[in-house]
Write a protein that binds this ligand. Structure first.
Ligand code: ADP
Ligand code: MG
Length: 255
């Protein structure tokens, strides 16, 4: 399973930004993820695919310690997440966020800078300008003072991407950002991520649409509670692995 075992630790750390070892997550009694061994390479667009309830969101959250890890270890550039927080940007799954909170688009983007500033430092005209620049990059400069809850789903996703850009992270974890968005949003998000990838950043995206996996991504992680496959699209995105990924779910749901 561990095809990289011939490499020493520093070689692995040069190639991969996130290293996940023997990760298990159990919310109640049933494990949502079981014994996952997985590394995320730098400079790649990585899709996480699997059926509903497979543990995709859990996997992304576990990288940041947002869910209790039952066993195993995650390291970000060789350190625990707590030591490398500002290197990781996260765009949560839509629907998991309360959009009613009274804040405008520019504020949401500016929040991406807090990690860098430290919580004790106040936003100022410089941080405002940077936040505006990032909103502009996602094509939303005219929506800066719009309440976040009043934006369309696609616009909300773009605001969250702008926040991630403001953070200037090395690793971008996005949970189904393309789900149900308009064409402009999809194009904007993909072209921004493509540029980040060229800069050597790690892009990890939970993706629901199997037809576009080989078009948009270089690398795929196929998960269904267990890790089914992980690697370059050409090598692992095969019918056999797809069957294994999606059949397993049926077996679990019948139980
Ligand atoms: P996916 O994103 O692949 O649809 P999730 O990671 O959201 O899957 O969920 C994996 C499993 O864990 C599901 O069975 C889900 O019901 C369960 N689960 C997710 N979050 C929680 C939680 N906060 N408390 C209890 N169970 C949860
Ligand atoms: Mg999910």
């Amino acid at each position: 399973m561990d095809q990289k075992s011939s490499k020493n630790n520093s070689e692995v750390e040069n190639e991969y930004s996130v290293i996940i070892k023997n990760l298990s997550v159990t919310y109640r009694t049933e494990p949502a993820l079981w014994n996952i061994d997985l590394n995320f390479p730098k400079g790649k667009m990585i899709a996480i695919v699997g059926p509903n309830g497979a543990g995709k969101s859990t996997l992304v959250k576990a990288v940041m310690g947002l869910v209790p890890i039952t066993a195993g270890k995650v390291s970000i550039f060789g350190k625990p997440y707590s030591k490398n927080r500002d290197k990781v940007a996260y765009v949560p799954q839509r629907g998991s966020v309360d959009w009613d909170f009274p804040t405008d688009a520019l504020d949401v983007v500016e929040m991406g800078l807090y990690g860098k500033l430290g919580w004790f430092r106040r936003p100022n005209s410089k941080t405002r300008d940077l936040a505006r620049e990032c909103l502009d990059k996602v094509g939303l400069s005219n929506y800066a003072d719009r309440q976040i809850g009043q934006l369309s789903g696609g616009q909300q996703q773009r605001v969250f991407l702008a926040r991630a850009l403001a953070q200037d992270a090395q690793i971008y974890l996005m949970d189904e950002p393309l789900n149900g968005v308009d064409v402009i949003t999809e194009k904007t998000i993909l072209s921004i991520l493509e540029n980040l990838k060229k800069e050597g950043k790690t892009i990890v995206m939970v993706h629901h649409e199997l037809q576009t996996v080989d078009k948009y991504f270089d690398w795929v992680v196929m998960v269904n509670r267990n890790l089914i496959a992980n690697g370059p699209i050409k090598e692992v995105f095969t019918k056999i692995n797809l069957d294994r990924t999606y059949q397993e779910k049926q077996r679990i749901s019948i139980q």
